[in-house]
Ligand binder design. Structure first.
Ligand SMILES: [Zn+2]
Length: 269
């Protein structure tokens, strides 16, 4: 990098005295303190100054629709009232049971800054967001993680991966794997069909669109046979993609498939 670099030219010089002060005051490492001075911590959603990296400001935090108990044992969708019955399933889960066993999510997709966070994870500040979002997921999915043998991220089609160069589900799975000590296998499941975007399709069109989209390769079958698999993705909307992925894993020999996502759509009904 030279001083002619336009990106560098406007940046203020690093204030090393401030780095030391910050490190001493907070008992932090010099590297972390340097990071705070060069890139002061900002809210993951709105960029307002916050105390630590990887956090939301109080205003954004209040707008996130965190999903907490009581929720449907199967779908992980929140109940309006606590009926005090453990393991209770929602009418939706009983009428339309998913292929996977249980799903858990950190937050509602449509509320507050969640949609923007997901968009930035996919297309913007990828690694900056994968860590905090993955750590939230590890907390929300603690029950599922305790019973999981391995984590499998929902794969992208090979050509889409080449174009995007980043699979957000894989990045999240790596963070969750490190936090929980569970193995991540990004090759256990392959996306063999390039599917059209699911946006604007009806429920049955979405299911048709992703039918046969996933396959467990031979090597993947060895890894998952007789195992409890936890599928990782960023978002659950209709559940069609995760159902198709779970179906392929069960056919490939998995004993049980659970699902952990960052955000899910919660229907108004
Ligand atoms: Zn904010």
């Amino acid at each position: 990098m030279t001083f002619d670099d336009p990106a560098r030219a406007g940046a203020p010089p690093t204030d090393w005295a401030a780095v030391w002060r910050t490190a001493l005051r907070h008992g932090r490492t010099i590297a972390n303190a340097a990071l705070d001075v060069v890139f002061p911590p900002s809210c993951l959603a709105c960029r307002k100054a916050v105390a630590a990296h990887g956090a939301l400001c109080p205003a954004c935090w209040r707008q996130v629709g965190f999903i907490e108990k009581p929720y449907c044992e199967r779908l992980g969708t929140p109940f309006a009232y606590d009926l005090g019955v453990p393991g209770l399933q929602s009418p939706e889960a009983m009428a339309n049971p998913p292929v996977y066993q249980r799903a858990r999510a950190v937050a509602r997709f449509d509320d507050g800054p969640v949609r923007a966070l997901i968009h930035r994870l996919k297309y913007g500040d990828r690694m900056e967001l994968a860590k905090p979002l993955g750590l939230w997921m590890a907390r929300a999915g603690a029950e599922l993680l305790a019973e999981a043998d391995l984590l499998v991220p929902v794969p992208l089609h090979r050509r889409r991966l080449i174009w995007r160069q980043f699979n957000q589900a894989h990045a999240l799975a790596e963070v969750i794997g490190r936090a929980s000590g569970k193995r991540v296998d990004p090759f256990a499941l392959a996306r063999v069909k390039r599917t059209a975007p699911q946006v604007g399709l009806t429920r049955s069109q979405r299911a048709d669109n992703v039918q046969g989209a996933f396959k467990v390769p031979e090597a993947g079958s060895l890894a998952i046979t007789g195992r409890n698999v936890l599928l990782i993705d960023d978002v659950l909307t209709s559940g069609a993609t995760l159902n198709a992925a779970a179906r392929a894993l069960l056919r490939g020999g998995a004993t049980r498939v659970d699902v952990l996502v960052f955000a899910r759509v919660v229907s108004a009904s």
